[in-house]
Design a protein around this ligand. Structure first.
Ligand code: NAG
Ligand code: NAG
Ligand code: NAG
Length: 890
């Protein structure tokens, strides 16, 4: 029975939305933007460039390490040859007209020609990148374990009434997980750094991961790359990062053996084991056999005849089928580097190679075996092969040789199958494949699979039909998706055993019994290809329609202790609490400041009039200012995330902690800020539109940045997969180009809403809950009109609407009236109406607003959950100097 980690969630306060409506509005202005870095340095990128070639095509792709995707390059393009980081230009690709065609790539000719045949939709979306961290492992019929793109581990478990998701993440210092093994009831996880961890029970019966060391005689440090569990499930064979074959037996009293490597070669992957004989593939693509009972120990399987096809094998796991062509036959199915299916077959004591190839224009990257038992009680099998374009092709091999059937199951709508990752057979006729976007796809026979259907007993002996359909299985928030984690509470979402709710109706919703039908909930997304890299050129049309000043005038530096105010003139002041006395501190800058676009762990990110991103870090009493735009890959920015997740509310600190900004030319830029790394990455923009502003960064969904495009549509960028998705919305609904406000009731639940303003000034809500999935609500009744500065904030308390000029929605009337009377006594320079500046949550129970007269006002939540005006704060720039303190609400 699988255990689970109860996540220690920091509970989130109840949420308030405050909306300011205005009549007078300062004209919208934009600040600036930035971003681009490389955090995937672990992948070796082979850039085959040949100094001499004749150009035959006009479309070229470049592999981009940062986003792990292929990106179309702009011509002319310099070809570089790099040796030890010493790059020299060896050629250039010039733009040519389409009819000039001929490409010569020397010995890579066959490969090159295959690569050219990219399907049209792949061109549109961009080729798939490698997903090295993804794996799926079946523990039992009711449990599969997944390592995700983010390096998290989660379990999908049938609790008796529904599939639930339990988190099993490695400790932060272990880094990313890449694989999970289950042998003899022991669960091992492999980290990307090559270290094994074993799941154990702690003193208080909670599962914890403990390092599981590799113990060999030699003192060399062993880092594991991959592993394969033996067929009798007694042993695990591992391949190390330096190319050795290791064997682990007797897991309970671990025994390690080092089998070394084949003469003159290495072990890059283990294919499979077949009765004490282990097959491996070297990094050069040769097949080797290790047999501990024979001499020599290692044998190389060579291709006897000169083959016309490219015969080097892909170092990856293969599939073994026994007795395929007779009682003593064995078949190893392998893939070549060119994406063809080949078979190494042992028949009547003789080995031979059989090439099965691939359907026209398809290249295979991974395979999954499905064994089925048909009505004659004999087993037959199919191979399900993932292609470079993200589809699944089924290969059914009949007993009589020579009859090949390829059945293309394509992929689920708007989701491709991850490249190079094997799926698994959940049951006969049900297969699970990891998708490129971090979710899972289930390929199943109609009505016998999907998220709704539990593991059913294998009573169905009928011939497996070829009528398959796809269901998408949502992944947890660690991958940027919507699956909620199971809980320890009694109910349908319980991690061990689900209990149906006795209460009907609305209650089932709250307790999390899923009612959504399979694919419906996923029709909200559509995959959007990233646009080409934008030059750092300002887009005047964009700038004039996006308001920045009002959204980034105020920002908290330290919760409850210090915040910044940027004046209209571009001067920055800090309001600071020093031993319970509040001071205004002026900060000097070479150039006027337009706004504060981000804050992280005591660092503040400003944008100046030149659209440079300037980070301020405290050194004693002073702040030191660093020009981020001048850094490697640095850019200019015009906007940032509207809110910061307060450190005390952040679920965890990770090495990927980043701030996202809107670039000057309309791209999304990521700046990794964890440990002051300050690394830029260009996340681009949806290909059909530029980014107007960031609606929300990771308040609503971890790892997801919601943006509104210049076309008034909502898009999301997934920080983990680097993919863009659009959200379907009604054609007549056009969103304004303003940041939004995200609200989630609690960290435990993913239910919540994004609030945005439509172009015609209505309040728009986009919500998500377990029952209905995503949905749009157009509000606007009761609130007469929204100015462009309409804004909100995630904070505490109940829903409050605030409008000092017109009828407010619900605010304590009495306090309001008293406050107004007091204000009337003030001088003419005072105008205590709330300015259309975005307010900031200062603490959980306090919000700071700017007033029309330049002062600030603080609203606080009292013990009885009322929001009251607490005090006004005089500022260095206001001409109204009456500092007015309200009495604390009784
Ligand atoms: C880089 O390579 C070029 C050409 O091979 C050579 O002339 C130059 O000295 C090299 N520079 C360094 C710093 O190694
Ligand atoms: C910051 O760096 C950018 C890019 O190098 C430069 O254009 C700009 O003048 C710098 N700004 C400041 C205030 O130093
Ligand atoms: C937060 O700031 C402190 C103090 O500068 C620093 O030591 C720490 O590493 C920072 N944490 C992160 C996650 O950046």
């Amino acid at each position: 029975m699988p255990g689970f980690f109860p996540r220690s969630f920091l509970s989130w306060p109840i949420i308030t939305i405050i909306i300011i409506t205005t009549q007078s509005l300062s004209s919208p202005k934009i600040l600036s933007c930035s971003c681009s870095s490389s955090w995937c340095q672990h992948h070796n990128i082979h850039q085959h460039t040949n100094p001499k070639f004749q150009q035959k095509t006009t479309t070229f792709w470049e592999f981009e390490q940062e986003s792990n995707t292929w990106v179309q390059v702009k011509l002319p393009y310099d070809l570089l040859s790099c040796v030890n980081n010493n790059c020299t230009k060896v050629g250039v690709i010039e733009p040519v007209s389409d009819d000039q065609t001929r490409i010569e790539l020397g010995q890579n000719k066959i490969e090159g020609q295959r690569k050219k045949k990219v399907k049209t939709d792949e061109r549109k979306i961009g080729a798939l990148g490698s997903r090295n961290r993804i794996s799926v492992t079946k523990m039992s019929d009711d449990s599969i374990w997944v390592s995700g793109v983010s390096g998290s581990i989660y379990e999908r478990f049938w609790n008796g009434i529904q599939w639930v998701i339990a988190p099993h993440e490695l400790p932060l210092q272990a880094g990313y997980a890449v694989y999970v093994f289950l042998v003899k009831h022991i669960v091992l996880a492999l980290s990307e750094a090559g270290i094994l961890y074993q799941m154990q029970l702690s003193e208080n019966s909670q599962p914890i991961w403990v390092e599981f060391p590799v113990i060999l005689d030699s003192s060399m440090a062993i880092r594991i790359k991959s592993g394969v569990i033996s067929h009798n499930r007694e042993k695990i064979y591992f391949c190390t990062k330096n190319g050795l074959l290791l064997e682990l037996s007797d897991i309970n009293t671990p025994r390690w053996l080092n089998h070394g490597k084949p003469p003159g070669a290495d072990v890059a992957a283990i294919v499979d084991d077949a009765a004490e004989v282990i097959f491996t593939i070297s990094s050069t693509g040769d097949l080797y056999e290790f047999d501990p009972s024979s001499k020599p120990l290692w044998k190389k399987h060579i291709w006897s005849q000169e083959s016309t096809e490219y015969t080097a094998l892909t170092p990856s796991t293969g599939c073994t089928v026994h007795r395929r062509t007779g009682p003593h036959s064995d078949s190893l199915f392998l893939l070549t580097k060119g994406g063809n299916l080949v078979e190494r077959r042992l028949h009547q004591r003789k080995w031979k190679w059989v090439t099965h190839g691939s359907p026209k224009d398809q290249q295979f990257t991974a395979m999954t075996l499905m064994m089925t038992v048909d009505e004659t009680h004999t087993s037959s099998f199919s191979l399900f092969l993932a292609t470079t374009s993200g589809s699944i092709v089924q290969y059914y091999i009949s007993k009589q040789e020579g009859k090949k059937t390829w059945v293309n199951h394509v992929h689920p709508p708007h989701a491709k199958v991850a490249k190079g990752v094997a799926g698994l057979q959940l049951q006969a006729g049900r297969l699970i494949f990891p998708l490129d976007d971090g979710r899972l796809g289930e390929l199943h026979q109609s009505k016998t699979g999907g998220d709704e259907v539990g593991p059913s007993p294998p009573v169905n002996r009928r011939r497996v039909s070829t009528q398959y359909t796809w269901s998408i299985i949502d992944a947890p928030e660690s991958e940027g998706w919507n699956a909620e984690y199971c809980t320890e509470d009694r109910g349908p979402l319980n991690c061990i055993s689900g209990v149906k709710d006795e209460i009907n109706g609305d209650e089932t919703h709250r307790s999390g019994l899923r009612r959504r039908s399979g694919n419906k909930a996923h029709e909200n997304y559509y995959l959007v290809s990233p646009g080409s890299k934008l030059k750092d050129e300002p887009d005047v049309d964009r700038e004039s329609s996006v308001s920045v000043g009002v959204n980034f005038r105020l920002r908290v530096m330290y919760e409850g202790r210090s915040f910044f105010l940027v004046t209209v003139e571009g001067i920055t002041y800090e309001y600071l609490d020093v031993e319970n006395a509040w001071f205004w501190l002026k900060h000097e800058h070479a150039m006027g400041v337009r706004g504060v676009v981000g804050s992280y762990n005591g660092s503040l990110f400003l944008v100046n009039e030149n659209k440079d991103l300037i980070v301020g870090e405290r050194a004693g009493n002073d702040l030191t200012w660093i020009n981020c735009s001048a850094m490697k890959k640095g850019r200019q920015v015009v906007g940032g995330p509207p809110w910061d997740v307060a450190p005390s509310k952040s679920p965890k600190v990770t090495l990927e902690d980043s701030l996202f900004f809107v670039g000057k030319s309309g791209g999304l830029l990521q700046l990794t800020v964890a440990l002051k790394k300050l690394k830029w990455k260009d996340c681009r923009n949806p290909s059909n539109t530029k980014v107007a502003s960031i609606v929300d960064q990771e308040v609503f969904r971890e790892n997801i940045v919601f943006v509104v495009g210049m076309d008034g549509h909502l898009y999301q960028y997934n920080k983990v997969t680097g993919l863009w998705h659009g959200h379907h919305q009604s054609r007549h609904m056009v969103l304004s180009r303003q940041p939004g406000t995200a609200m989630r009731g609690s960290r435990q639940s993913l239910s919540g809403s994004l609030f945005m303003i439509s172009e015609d000034g209505r309040l728009i809500e986009y919500y998500w809950n377990q029952m209905e999935g995503w949905g749009w609500v157009e509000h606007g009744i009761g609130i007469k009109r929204f100015g462009n500065g309409a804004t909100g904030f995630p904070s505490t308390g109940n829903i409050v609407g605030e409008n000092l000029e017109e009828e407010e929605v619900c605010v304590d009337q009495e306090i309001r009236v008293n406050t107004r009377k007091e204000y009337q006594k003030e001088s003419e320079n005072c105008d205590p109406k709330v300015a259309p500046t975005r307010p900031i949550p200062f603490t959980e129970t306090s919000v700071i607003f700017e007033l029309i007269d330049g002062r600030l006002a603080e609203m606080r939540r009292t013990d009885d959950l009322q929001w009251v005006w607490w005090r006004t704060i005089g500022t260095p720039t206001t001409r109204c100097n009456v500092i007015y303190w309200t009495a604390a609400a009784k």
